[in-house]
Design a protein around this ligand. Structure first.
Ligand code: SF4
Length: 451
């Protein structure tokens, strides 16, 4: 059997000692970016990219950080590597605060924590031979002997499935998948304890993606390296990660063992992400669809639960008496108006005048609006019906603002008032949703309610 990387001659000493605890500990991490205006650069707001995230990463473990674009996962990954200075909270690596590292300890950290980026072209200098690119971190970290560097590079290239003599070639001579292998070799060459892989397969086609995931999996076992795997793709995380943390608008909404979280997602957002993973099982009832597609801006996150304008399980106020499916349609109507995501035919141009000025056959009517948003039938609750009828009339007249105000007033939700805190999931891990909070007056959404 081939020796593992930890058994090869390349065993650099570490300036920082190895502690007994987790490799990385992130506590209450916040990263806000000020929004400034004017020549005085006065702060007028903040992009809350990460807002109070905590987790630990064990040695040799693979943790998936998953969420849509803009959820803050790359910011967390960069903070872990010390590439972003936290606004608040802390990041510890092997028992030492990353923000306090300097000198030899910082050099050791830079060697032990490596990044693999999405696009390998960003990591490879087209003018440098592959061997020089892969050897560069060794040179930076004090391996002065050229023959030794070349021997280590040849070994690592073979370990990532390339040939030792590929060292003499240039990046443009390789395919996308091979380039990603080179950038993985460059990350591995310093024998790291942590690799942060930021969407490492999303620029690759499906077949190559599977090969690169197999490689990362083998490397994880062979090199005993912890991997923080950042991805928007739950299918990839499912295949590759021991644990998963689901992020939405800068916060963790659900965490736990990958198998538990993905086989029985507790948070409606995890269910939404699950619905984008193709399933061959027609009885798969763990799917959900968001009420709206627009992800709100992190500079102005929604009040209460940040997911509420999109949540298919959003909780109605206690005094509203509608069947669950009708409530979901009404909520979808309200938030579609708010997000300006109404379907075609749901907004008039103000030309409707009841035929007073001639033929207005083409004008959008309130009935057209109701048909377009799926609320054709009168609602069983008189007040709710009146509000929907008024909003539909406003939209037929082209008045979105008035329609939005009517719906906001008539259909408030518990979830815009109260921010959920993380509670234990039944099968381990945590979930931040009022439907799982025993102190909130709502029950978890059943599987057959989620579609
Ligand atoms: S708190 Fe409300 S809006 Fe947020 S995920 Fe739970 S049900 Fe949905």
């Amino acid at each position: 059997m081939a020796p593992t990387a930890k058994e090869t001659e390349w065993q650099p000493t570490t300036a920082a000692g190895v502690s007994d605890g987790p490799l990385c500990v992130v506590r209450d991490l916040e990263k806000h970016y000020p929004i400034t205006r004017g020549w005085l650069r006065r702060e007028v707001g903040r992009v809350r990219a990460v807002d109070g995230v905590s987790f630990a990463l064990e040695r040799g473990e693979t943790l998936g950080l998953v969420g849509e674009s803009g959820s803050g996962k790359t910011t967390v990954a960069h903070a872990l590597l010390g590439l972003e200075e936290p606004t608040a909270g802390s990041v510890e690596f092997d028992g030492t605060l990353v923000s306090e590292l300097s000198g030899d300890a910082e050099r050791s950290f830079r060697r032990r924590a490596q990044l693999v980026v999405q696009d390998p072209d960003d990591a490879l200098d087209p003018r440098m031979r592959v061997g020089e690119t892969v050897a560069e971190p060794l040179r930076i970290h004090g391996i002065d002997s050229r023959p030794r560097r070349e021997a280590i590079v040849a070994d690592v290239l073979e370990r990532v499935g390339l040939a030792a003599d590929d060292a003499a070639r240039y990046p443009h001579e390789f395919s996308g998948g091979e380039k990603q292998r080179i950038s993985i070799a460059r990350a591995l060459v310093t024998n790291p304890d942590l690799i942060v892989a930021d969407e490492p397969t999303s620029a690759l086609d499906a077949r190559v993606r599977a090969d690169v995931l197999d490689l990362l999996d083998r490397i994880r076992r062979e090199f005993d390296v912890a991997i923080l795997f950042v991805s928007h793709d739950l299918g990839v995380v499912e295949r590759f990660c021991d644990r998963v943390a689901v992020m939405y608008l800068g916060e963790f909404v659900e965490r736990g063992a990958t198998e538990d979280v993905l086989s029985s997602p507790a948070h409606p957002y995890t269910r939404v992400l699950r619905s984008s993973v193709p399933s061959l099982d027609p009885t798969d009832r763990t799917r959900g669809r968001p009420l709206t597609d627009t992800v709100p801006a992190p500079s102005d996150p929604p009040s209460g639960c940040r997911f509420h304008p999109r949540c298919p399980a959003v909780i109605p106020s206690a005094d509203l008496d509608l069947p669950a499916e009708t409530w979901r349609e009404v909520a979808a109507f309200r938030f579609a108006v708010e997000a300006d995501e109404l379907p075609p035919g749901a907004v008039g141009d103000g030309s409707r005048d009841g035929g007073r000025n001639g033929d207005d056959d083409d004008a959008v009517t309130p009935s057209d609006v109701r048909a377009a948003v799926g609320l054709r039938e009168p609602l069983p609750d008189a007040d709710a019906e009146r509000a929907v009828a008024d909003a539909a009339a406003s939209l037929a007249d082209g008045d979105r603002e008035s329609a939005g105000e009517t719906l906001d007033d008539a259909f408030p939700t518990v979830c815009e008032r109260e921010a959920p805190t993380a509670v234990e999931r039944e099968t381990g891990g945590t979930v931040a949703c009022l439907r799982h909070d025993p102190t909130a007056a709502a029950s978890p959404v059943a599987d057959d309610e989620s579609e």
